[in-house]
Design a protein around this ligand. Structure first.
Ligand code: ADP
Length: 253
């Protein structure tokens, strides 16, 4: 009798051990899949700056020799895009390594209007679409300038991607009692209510086929969320399918 009990106990222990190993392997497999996905999605994020650089180098090839002003402007833009891309790669690596809320900020005080203009100009250049800028007077924001621009570009890129040509996209900024508030609004396809709580998750895409066709990676909003969180800000998304989406961000100042 004693022996049988011992054997049963051993069997039990073995099966528990096997179960633990199975769980560990499953978790490792999931982590490995996430890692693989992350690398390919990060590559997608780099497409926009590469497209801008391609555009400007074409411009240099076509007009640069004849027009020194075009050459100067194009070279400057390529330089700033390259810097932006470098910053983006660093941020992506940072996001990959750091857990949320662990991002390091390079804080500076800057004129928000200039950043909004840059984002609108780049959107016109890359997508051929205009963005309506609404900002009353001068608003100075103390934040990480490169990250704020990266955030606005991700939101504007989404707004343009998910809004038909005849629709509109705007960025509004204002000084509110809580800080500086920014709203990116579009009149696009919108997001179904059941998907809305998940859109900030890494790699989440509402319509995978459409998102991929648009060059989407499902990483943009996860990065946006991380940037807002690192600034101790708040972000809210509201959407009505078929009518449009608005993303409202407040940076405490
Ligand atoms: P993606 O790179 O695929 O656009 P994001 O993380 O930026 O990924 O967004 C996640 C998903 O949320 C998108 O795939 C898209 O389905 C949805 N989405 C984001 N912004 C908008 C928007 N302005 N209008 C409609 N859907 C949006």
């Amino acid at each position: 009798l004693t022996r049988r009990v011992t054997v049963e106990e051993t069997d039990d222990e073995l099966s528990r051990l096997a179960q633990t190993f199975n769980h560990m392997i499953e978790r490792l497999q999931r982590a490995f899949e996430r890692q693989k996905r992350f690398v390919s999605d990060a590559s997608h994020e780099l497409r926009t700056p590469i497209a801008v650089i391609q555009g400007y180098t074409d411009l240099i090839g076509r007009w640069g020799k004849n027009d020194p002003a075009v050459l100067r402007e194009a070279v400057e833009s390529v330089k700033s895009e390259t810097e932006g891309m470098q910053a983006l790669v660093e941020r992506l690596l940072f996001l990959a390594r750091s857990s949320d809320g662990n991002m390091q900020l390079r804080l500076e005080c800057f004129n928000l209007r200039i950043v909004l203009r840059e984002v609108a100009d780049e959107t016109r250049f890359v997508f051929g679409r205009s963005v309506d800028i609404r900002i009353p007077g001068t608003i100075m924001l103390t934040a990480d300038r490169a990250l704020v621009k990266q955030m606005l570009r991700a939101l504007t890129d989404n707004a343009v991607k998910y809004t038909p040509e005849e629709g509109s996209v705007s960025i509004e900024a204002c000084q509110s009692p809580d800080g500086v508030s920014l709203t990116v609004r579009d009149t696009g396809i919108g997001i179904p209510p059941e998907d809305l709580p998940h859109v900030f998750d890494r790699f989440y895409r509402v319509d995978k086929a459409r998102s991929r066709a648009q060059g989407g990676s499902g990483l943009g909003l996860a990065i946006v969320h991380g940037i807002v969180e690192a600034h101790h800000g708040t972000i809210k998304m509201a959407s009505v399918p078929g009518h449009g989406t608005s993303v409202h961000i407040v940076f405490p100042q």
